[in-house]
Write a new protein. Structure first.
Length: 721
């Protein structure tokens, strides 16, 4: 019994994690701002503008901004919005629920940070929101004496330069990152468009800092098109059989050839020993082809559209703009699907969103779902989470999960529930995990003559009108995670009397906040609403971690699912922290290289031929990135030799970077002697998805670790009185 109690304490501590920041600290500040507001409300507009221009303190700035909002937009900020503003002005994350007015709230902390003399970037989810919010809130900023601009895809250099010169600039993280990378390749100072990094407020901060944190933004130049060998290798990969020719670890997203499989590949390609050093590029191409064939799923991980591959963002359910997988994997997937093999380009520069946002200080953000990741925000970014209460009580009813033995049983129950509510004219929103799942459910509803609309990555351009009608009486909407963010579903006439919007989830995700986003579509601003998850023991989450037998054995399946998600979140945090160590090393080297380059660019370093030196530095760094990519792709094999992969990576990367440093110094002191490259195209930019290859079999260890903790948890639940 003492052992069980000790285990219970450890599990409880692990599962609870870091708690969000207390609101008690902000009540005094709110009282002070409320008092200031009373006096400022008596001032004429011109007097208020003069006051705002000189305001520096938190109370003065937020009070002036709140009065400006009221006068310009005719909307007085609620106390809870001012609490959110206080949190963000203090460099924290404000967790504010759907419909609580985050866009309006953001104006107050942005005005405060701008008053300190810092340029402020408001990083939004997409170009539409950047343009919309800059226009909507622009008059408020101008009333306060601040200039405001926005940056969107397709703008020219001069438009971007003017936008970044403003006190407040709205943009997506991708656009800011691409401009940063382009500026880092400038050959003249006046080619740059940015003026440095000050403060930043991140909208949907969990999406940027957690979901997309490790996705690198890449600037690439022209290069030769990939060879047709990729198509031949794709044919060979298609011939291989699981368990005989390869083993697939779907947890760590790795595929390993067996001896029999290697022999079959060698015979098909006539290449001799696949593991000989001279065959390393071929071995890598075969591994990529297997990964594409076995692990990447059409209409789940990607769609084929317009003669090309388009990646589906797993967290948003949308097409990921300008995103690709690493070059070899992208080519392998194109070969698998028989589409055009597109030029991958030479990588000239790269930065992850995590490294990009760390260029800002201070940093703050807002989202509807942050508290479940509070520990990660604090550990990785030093950001506390403050949960802001809603202006009106949430009366949405969140029902207990229903778990079925099979997908077919679950789907039947979902269709019956939809039919029953549709007959009563109650609107229903169904969240599905993938394009394929949304289309399968759509076919079933069609078979039952239930009119509905589908929103997924195939028709993401229709998002606005589909979501606009999702709360109308009788509406049935099927959506991937697209409906989880940035949408505000308003109830149609008479719907509140029917119980409001019914939200149905057809799976649980690894992260609880993704499920919370779906639930949050119902019950906005005190509206009635209801949510329920219909699960199957055949769902991906169940099969990946072997949970069916455990859930069948416990009397508390819903509670067990919640605890499972907490465990997975904790394990995923450890993975991200481990991967961050690899990224941080390269990021530190990038900053060192960029600092030297900036010195040459600005004439702070003596240099015989500035242009030649800059081009040579760019070439050396580009070559280094290619070498690092090759090192990463094979580093997981080190663990099989009993060595520590990260220690080996650090040693190898440090040695390679010393060569880069020597080359840079030589290029600066005597560029003519060391030659100059022909130069690169600077305009081709895209993002791509990283893989977890640096950890190799870490995915298997993750699965085993989660299963082990979950079995311990199941034992505790069985003993629960």
């Amino acid at each position: 019994m003492p052992m069980i109690r000790n285990l219970a304490r450890k599990l409880t501590s692990f599962l609870e994690g870091h708690q969000p920041h207390s609101l008690d600290l902000y009540q005094e500040a709110l009282d002070s701002i409320t008092a200031k507001r009373a006096g400022l409300a008596l001032l004429a507009d011109e007097e208020l503008r003069r006051f705002a221009a000189e305001a520096k303190s938190l109370a003065d700035c937020l009070a002036a901004a709140s009065i400006a909002i009221e006068r310009v937009l005719g909307m007085r900020p609620f106390d809870v919005q001012i609490l959110g503003a206080i949190a963000m002005a203090g460099g924290r994350i404000a967790e504010m629920q759907t419909g609580e007015g985050k866009t309006l709230t953001a104006v107050m902390p942005v005005a405060f940070h701008a008053a300190q003399g810092s340029p402020v970037h408001v990083l939004t989810a997409n170009d539409y929101l950047a343009r919309r919010d800059a226009g909507w809130m622009g008059d408020v900023y101008r009333f306060l004496g601040l200039t405001v601009g926005f940056v969107t895809q397709g703008m020219g250099a001069e438009e971007r330069r003017k936008a970044y010169a403003c006190d407040v600039t709205y943009a997506t993280p991708n656009e800011v990152g691409f401009d940063y990378l382009r500026d880092s390749l400038a050959l003249k100072p006046d080619e740059q468009v940015q003026r440095g990094f000050g403060a930043a407020l991140l909208d949907e901060v969990d999406s940027i800092l957690i979901d997309e944190a490790r996705i690198p933004l890449v600037i690439a130049g022209g290069a030769a098109a990939p060879g047709e060998l990729a198509r031949r290798i794709a044919q060979v990969a298609r011939m291989l059989h699981r368990y005989v020719d390869f083993h697939a670890d779907e947890h760590g997203r790795n595929v390993l050839l067996t001896d029999a499989g290697a022999a079959r590949v060698e015979a098909a390609l006539g290449c001799g020993n696949l593991y000989e050093e001279h065959n390393l590029p071929l071995f890598t191409a075969v591994s990529d082809a297997l990964h594409a064939e076995v692990l990447l799923r059409r209409d789940v991980d990607y769609v084929v559209r317009g003669g090309g591959i388009e990646i589906v963002d797993e967290f948003k359910g949308r097409i990921a703009d300008r995103r690709r997988w690493p070059a070899g994997l992208q080519t392998a997937l194109e070969a698998k699907e028989g589409v055009e093999l597109r030029t991958q380009g030479r990588i000239l520069g790269s930065i992850t969103l995590q490294s990009l946002v760390k260029l800002y200080h201070p940093l703050c953000g807002m989202t509807g779902t942050a508290s479940t990741q509070a520990e990660e925000f604090r550990q990785v970014y030093g950001l506390d989470v403050v949960s802001i209460p809603t202006n009106r009580p949430v009366i949405r009813i969140d029902r207990t999960d229903v778990i079925f033995p099979t997908r077919r049983d679950r789907d039947r129950a979902v269709v019956e529930t939809i039919a029953r509510n549709h007959a009563a004219r109650r609107p229903v929103l169904v969240g599905t995990p993938s394009v394929a799942d949304s289309e399968r459910l759509s076919a079933q509803l069609t078979a039952h003559s239930i009119p509905h609309r589908v929103l997924n990555a195939r028709n993401d351009a229709e998002e606005a009108p589909v979501i606009a009608g999702a709360g109308e009486a009788g509406a049935v909407t099927i959506s991937t995670n697209m409906a989880g963010r940035g949408t505000d579903i308003r109830l149609g006439e008479g719907v509140a009397e029917l119980g409001g919007l019914l939200v149905i989830g057809t799976c649980r995700h690894e992260a609880r906040r993704i499920d919370r986003q779906l639930r949050g579509r119902a019950g906005r601003q005190g509206d009635p609403g209801e949510s329920r998850f219909f699960l199957s023991l055949e769902d991906d989450l169940m099969t990946r971690f072997g949970l069916a037998s455990i859930l069948n054995a416990t009397d508390y399946p819903a509670e067990a699912m919640d605890h499972l998600q907490r465990i997975i979140e904790g394990e995923n945090l450890e993975i991200r922290k481990t991967l961050q160590k690899y990224d941080s090393l390269i990021e530190n080297q990038r900053r060192m290289t960029q600092e030297i380059r900036n010195g040459v660019l600005r004439g702070e370093r003596e240099c015989g031929n500035r242009r030649a030196a800059l081009l040579k530095i760019d070439e050396l760094w580009s070559d280094y990135l290619a070498d690092i990519a090759e090192l990463k792709s094979g580093i997981h094999w080190i663990s099989f030799g009993g060595k520590n992969p990260f220690d080996t990576f650090v040693h190898e990367a440090a040695a390679m970077f010393e060569e880069v440093e020597r080359g840079i110094e030589a290029a600066i002191t005597n560029p003519a002697e060391h030659g100059t490259p022909d130069g690169f195209e600077r305009g081709a930019t895209w993002t791509y998805v990283t893989t977890d290859q640096p950890l190799g079999d870490y995915g298997q260890r993750l699965a085993r670790g989660i299963a082990r903790k979950f079995y311990d948890l199941a034992e505790l639940l069985r003993r629960k009185p």
